[in-house]
Each structure stands twice: as structure tokens, then as C-alpha cells.
Design a protein around this ligand. Structure first.
Ligand code: FES
Length: 161
């Protein structure tokens, strides 16, 4: 149990999870309101430091949601994201933060219900773990979100490292 709602930050691919979140809203599906959605052109844009910064800026849990495997519009962005999520989990464990606070999902744009389910499941998981020991004041505004992802124009192609 926690004394307040945990704050989740969801890095969502524009082509799938972001559309699914939109669909969930259009369908008026119920899911916890504690999730902040950050849209990216592809989850391949997610750097390890974005994931770690999300916790530094007050997230209690972080979701990375990309296209289905084989369905990434930039070929392997979602596979790259999964590798980075796994590495970030290792780093979190090394600094004493439960790696379960971070999870990668794959879904299609038609899965509004699944998006709602993912947010609900992650919220329950974080409630079981308790609030993040790094929590400050939470991710309250776009400026703080902007601190996580640099605001330069995203490069859609050829940005893979
Ligand atoms: Fe959706 Fe790459 S375009 S994860």
C-alpha cells in the first residue's frame, strides 16, 4: 500500500501504444489516471538515460510500449528498446531500485483494452513495491517531462546506435 497514487511514465511509440492509449480514451475504458504518456516516433528512440532520468524525476514506475515484434516501422527499434530496457533494469538493480519498476511491452494500435490493462497491472505492481525511494515531487508538468527527452527534432531514420 502507498499513501498516494504511484506515478507511472509511459514511453509510447506513436504508431502503436500511443494510438492504443488514444483508443482506450475514445472507448472510455477505465484505467488508473496516474500515467503520464510521452510519445516517441519509435521506442528505438528510448535511451537508457531517459529511463533512468524518469526515476530521477519522480516516476515510481516506467513503461516502454512499442510495436509488436516484426511490426516496428523502423525495423528493429523495438528490439533495440528491449535491449536498453534490460540494461536499464540491471543498472536499477545495481543501485538498489527494484528492476520490476520498469517494463517493456509490445502491442498494436488496435489494443486499447490491452493498454488499459498494462497501466492497471503496472499500477498494482508498483503499489505492491511501494513508492520509489527516488521520488521527489512527481512528474507534474511538461517541463519536467521535457527534461527526460531532449527537445531536439527527433530523427526518424538512421538514428540507431
Ligand atoms: Fe513502433 Fe518502432 S515504430 S516501436
Amino acid at each position: 500500500m502507498t499513501d498516494r497514487e504511484p506515478i507511472l511514465l509511459a514511453f509510447c511509440c506513436h504508431y502503436c501504444a500511443y494510438a492504443a492509449a488514444d483508443l482506450a480514451g475514445s472507448m472510455r475504458l477505465q484505467y488508473p489516471e496516474n500515467v503520464r504518456v510521452l510519445r516517441l516516433p519509435c521506442t528505438g528512440k528510448v535511451e537508457i538515460n531517459y529511463l533512468l532520468s524518469a526515476f530521477e524525476y519522480g516516476a515510481d514506475g516506467v513503461i516502454v510500449a512499442g510495436c509488436l515484434e516484426g511490426g516496428c516501422h523502423f525495423l528493429e527499434g523495438n528490439l533495440r528498446a528491449r535491449r536498453r530496457v534490460e540494461r536499464a533494469k540491471e543498472i536499477l538493480a545495481e543501485i538498489g531500485i527494484e528492476p520490476e519498476r520498469l517494463e517493456m511491452y509490445n502491442l498494436s494500435s488496435a489494443e486499447g483494452g490491452r493498454f488499459a490493462q498494462i497501466v492497471s497491472e503496472m499500477t498494482e505492481r508498483i503499489c505492491r513495491l511501494g513508492l520509489s525511494p527516488l521520488h521527489r515531487n512527481g512528474l507534474h508538468n511538461d517541463r519536467e517531462l521535457g527534461n527526460i527527452v531532449e527537445q531536439e527534432e527527433p530523427t526518424l531514420q538512421g538514428e540507431a546506435k
